[in-house]
Design a binder for this molecule. Structure first.
Ligand SMILES: [Zn+2]
Ligand SMILES: [Zn+2]
Length: 283
């Protein structure tokens, strides 16, 4: 399966987001420039080079490729990897990976499981941080924001020449401060309660969010299982500040052709931003 690939214009530059997603069958999202996987829901060759993988919760469509990821990294000497997962499932994931390595008869995989909770932050690299937030699903689930930390010239120095700024720098005076850019928010599996508990996701430049259900008759199903219905996204369309809205996780009750039609006819006309999706038929 060839993953769908988006090149998204952001203030960081062109951000590549590749992936595929279907409720119950697998969600796999890759940010190759950051070596970051958001979910490891399916085995895929493109997953192995991701040094860090966020597992938002323990459902099979989000962990089904994790053993493959760890094994491929071990077989190909790709170095240590990190799985970031909610505290509630971290021990079980660690045990699962230990068991898989034992079944293969080799040494333990070179993987660390890092437990995180709502409100935690982790550095991904010096200029990129991950902030985690709880979502509105029926098991403990965490989404994450990708924050780009960049330096900008102090506003008070805006009129100075390059030489004057260099003099200040040589004198040890501050010339920049940090700007924290809300680059991307990945909202994992979630119902609309997320918009009340973490409204900052609506301000991310790239918003990756599920939309499992589309037909009016599936409203109750979405609420029961903690998933988003198209109506939930229509309800927040005028609050979106993103440049790019990327939808994930359509139920198999919905053909992709129908999903495209629902999006074209109902959602796209209401949006102030570009609309994309990474939904695929895996087989
Ligand atoms: Zn799911
Ligand atoms: Zn789930």
């Amino acid at each position: 399966m060839i993953l769908r690939t988006l090149a998204l214009d952001t203030s960081w530059g062109s951000l590549t987001v590749a992936g595929g997603s279907r409720a119950g069958e697998g969600t796999l999202i890759l940010l190759p420039q950051l070596r970051l996987g958001l979910e490891g829901g399916r085995p895929h060759r493109a997953l192995a080079p991701m040094n860090t993988v966020l597992v938002s919760h323990g459902h099979m469509d989000h962990i089904g490729g994790l053993g493959y990821w760890a094994s491929q990294r071990y077989l190909n000497s790709m170095g240590p990897g990190t799985v970031i997962a909610p505290v509630a499932i971290a021990d079980q994931l660690r045990a699962l990976l230990e068991t898989l390595a034992q079944l293969e008869g080799g040494r333990p995989y070179d993987v660390t499981v890092d437990p995180v909770a709502d409100g935690d932050q982790r550095p991904l690299r010096p200029d990129v941080e991950l902030d985690f937030f709880a979502t509105d699903h029926w098991v403990p689930t965490l989404g994450c924001r990708v924050i780009w930390r960049t330096q900008r010239l102090l506003a008070s120095l805006a009129g100075l020449s390059g030489e004057e700024i260099a003099q200040r720098r040589r004198a040890g005076l501050p010339v920049t401060d940090e700007r924290r850019v809300n680059l991307l928010a990945y909202c994992a599996d979630s119902g609309p309660g997320l918009f009340a508990t973490s409204p900052e996701v609506l301000a991310a430049e790239v918003l990756l969010i599920e939309c499992s259900f589309y037909r009016p008759g599936d409203r109750g199903r979405a609420t029961r299982f903690g998933h988003m219905h198209l109506e939930d996204l229509l309800a927040v369309a005028d609050r979106l500040q993103c440049r790019h809205l990327v939808l994930l996780h359509a139920s198999r009750r919905q053909r992709l052709r129908e999903v495209d039609r629902f999006l074209d006819e109902q959602l796209r006309p209401q949006l102030p931003c570009a609309l994309h999706h990474l939904m695929v038929d895996w087989e």
